[in-house]
Design a protein around this ligand. Structure first.
Ligand code: FES
Length: 157
């Protein structure tokens, strides 16, 4: 089947196997390997992308759901090759990055939240990001990074 979609602001037309997931499509057809596949069952959040403004676990979404839709992946988050997004900056500044496997998904969930609400409560952050498992350590630095990024975004950075 032929898929028409928009990925990171670019129109994409591709012949796809409809049995693929969006995660497989991104990684195997478009070589956008920043989206990771961990559990492959919708349980860990490593594969999170933003689909029409909503954070989704792309490993369990059929590729044809992307037809006519807009997807943002981790490759589309930085403002430019020289300028990271404030969320990326604050993950680095707050020590919220370790091995990096789960980080793209966590950044995408954070972006989906902060694009709609750049002044979230702790409960709202935990609710929005509860589906993302952090493989290396606890969640303290991660939450610090989210709130620092929210402040940066409120300040127009
Ligand atoms: S890889 Fe998709 S939720 Fe774990």
């Amino acid at each position: 089947m032929v898929l028409h979609t928009t990925i990171n602001g670019e129109a994409v037309v591709a012949e796809v196997d409809p049995s693929m997931s969006i995660a497989e499509f991104l990684r195997e057809k478009l070589y956008l390997t920043g989206t990771k596949i961990g559990c492959g069952k919708g349980e860990c959040g490593a594969c999170t992308v933003i689909l029409d403004g909503v954070a989704v676990t792309s490993c369990i979404i059929p590729v044809m759901r992307a037809d006519g839709a807009e997807i943002t992946t981790i490759e589309g988050v930085a403002y430019s090759p020289e300028k990271l997004h404030p969320i990326q900056e604050e993950f680095i500044n707050n020590g919220a990055i370790q091995c990096g496997f789960c980080i793209p998904g966590m950044i995408m969930s954070t972006k989906a939240l902060l694009d709609k609400n750049n002044n979230p409560t702790v409960a709202e952050v935990r609710e929005a990001l509860g589906g993302n498992l952090w493989r290396c350590t606890g969640y303290v630095n991660f939450e610090k990074a989210v709130f620092a990024a929210a402040e940066s975004m409120r300040n127009g950075e």
